[in-house]
Design a protein around this ligand. Sequence first.
Ligand SMILES: NC(=O)c1ccc[n+]([C@@H]2O[C@H](COP(=O)([O-])OP(=O)(O)OC[C@H]3O[C@@H](n4cnc5c(N)ncnc54)[C@H](OP(=O)(O)O)[C@@H]3O)[C@@H](O)[C@H]2O)c1
Length: 245
Amino acid sequence: MPTVLITGASGGLGQALARRLEADGYDLVLAGRDSGRLQAAYGDRHLQVEGDCTTSAGAQAIIEKSALAGRHLDGLAHCVGNIRLGAMHRMRDADFADCLQANLISAFHTLAAFVAHLRADNRPGAAVLVSSAAARIGTPNHEAVAAAKAGVEGLARAAAATYAANGIRINVVAPGIMETPATTGILGSTVAREAAARQYPLPGIGSADELAGLMAWLLSPAAARVTGQVWSLDGGFSSIRPIVK
Ligand SMILES: NC(=O)c1ccc[n+]([C@@H]2O[C@H](COP(=O)([O-])OP(=O)(O)OC[C@H]3O[C@@H](n4cnc5c(N)ncnc54)[C@H](OP(=O)(O)O)[C@@H]3O)[C@@H](O)[C@H]2O)c1
C-alpha cells in the first residue's frame, strides 16, 4: 500500500485523515511538533516523526527521518495551520507572522521537501494542502488567514503546473468551519455555534471526517487525472447566495 505523510497529525483534521487512511490500508508517517501529543493520539501505531515543518530545514528533516526509517512517500497531506481571526488594524505583527508561518510558509517548505523526495527517485505522487473558504469570499475579520490561504491556493496551482510532467499531483481542499480543536473557542457557546451554522447556505458545522473523505479521494488513484484544483467543502458558503426570505 502507498505511504502517506500527514503533517499536523496530532490536530483534529490530521487525526480524522489518519483514521480514514488507516481504514483504507495506507502506510502512514505522522508528523507533529510534539512527540508526546502524537503518542497520545496514536499510541505505538505508525511511524511518528517529531519536527517543525515551518522552516525548509525542519520540513526536510521530517522527510529524511521517514526515509531513514525506510519509508518512500507516495502522498502528502499537509494539515498544519491555524485560524487567526481579528480585524487587521488591531492585529499584532507577531500574530500575522504566525498566521503566515503556520499556513503558507509551512505549506511551501513541506511541499518543496516532498517533491524533492519524489524527484530524487523519479517517482510520481500526490499532495493535498488545506485552504479555507475565507480565501475565496471576503469574510469579516479573516484578513490574515484569507491572505495566507489564498497564498496556499496560488502555491498549489503553480506547483501543480511545475511538476505535472513528473506525475506529481497537487490539490487543495477549502473547508468552511469544522469542529476541531482549532475552533473550540469560536464554537464555545450554543449561541455562537448556532450563529456560525446559520452563515452557511447548507446550514451546519462541518466535520473533519467529511473533509478527510475528500482528501483521501484526492490522494487515491481514483483522482489520478485531477491536479491544480481547489475543492470547496463549505455548504455553498463561497459560491452561492440563496434568496433570503
Ligand atoms: N477547523 C476549521 O474550522 C478550519 C476551517 C478552515 C481551514 N482549516 C484548516 O484546516 C487545517 C487543520 O486544522 P484543524 O482544524 O485540524 O486544527 P488543529 O486541530 O489546531 O490542528 C492544526 C495543527 O497544525 C499545527 N500547527 C498549528 N500552528 C502551528 C504553527 N505555528 N507551527 C507549526 N504547526 C502548527 C499543530 O500541530 P502540532 O501538533 O505540531 O502543534 C496542529 O496539530 C489547518 O490548515 C486549518 O487552517 C480549519
